[in-house]
Design a protein around this ligand. Structure first.
Ligand SMILES: [Zn+2]
Length: 174
């Protein structure tokens, strides 16, 4: 719990930094604290709550990186949310689903693959969603970029206080 999520001024997650760096940036007036952990840090001159999320007070431009097609990145694009029932699961309880089944010519690509829970996957089987009265919560497409964080950290390791910001960011990409 000593990691701090650094947000751009736009609230876009930029990277994970250690708490000491966050404190330095804070004392330099470069960031503001958005979320805190419960733990306090004490020094000779001050004591403050350990920051969990900090936001830069000026804009940092970030280069866009192409997104590799992978199971993990599909989950990240979909916020670990089953695209049929809308529930969020840890990666171990998720699979991916071909919206148009492969047997009917569906391709394994961004536009035809969605995150799906085991239950919905069983229910859908090899059929198209309308045949089993299922609807997608959003149309899948290739993301332009993904938050760096969820790629390096994975769902289970994300502190609770970070999650709103990471999802917030992903939602913007719709
Ligand atoms: Zn589901």
């Amino acid at each position: 719990m000593e990691q701090v999520l650094l947000l751009n001024i736009t609230y876009e997650p930029l990277k994970v930094i250690n708490w000491k760096r966050a404190i330095i940036m804070l004392t330099l007036g470069k960031v503001e604290v958005i979320e805190e952990y419960n733990r306090e840090i004490h020094s000779v001159s001050f004591s403050i709550k350990l920051p969990a999320v900090v936001r830069l007070l000026r804009l940092v431009k970030r280069p866009k990186t192409p997104v590799r097609f992978s199971r993990q990145n599909i989950y990240i694009r979909d916020n670990y949310r089953c695209q049929y029932c809308g529930r969020i699961f840890p990666p171990t309880d998720l699979t991916w689903d071909h919206v148009l089944p492969r047997a009917r010519g569906g391709k394994t690509e961004w536009g035809n693959i969605v995150t799906c829970c085991i239950e919905c996957n069983k229910r859908k089987g090899g059929r198209i969603p309308s045949e089993v009265s299922m609807t997608l919560i959003r149309k899948p497409k290739r993301p332009e970029w993904l938050p760096i964080l969820t790629i390096t950290l994975g769902f289970k390791h994300l502190p609770q206080s970070w999650r709103d910001y990471i999802y917030w960011n992903v939602e913007l990409e719709e």
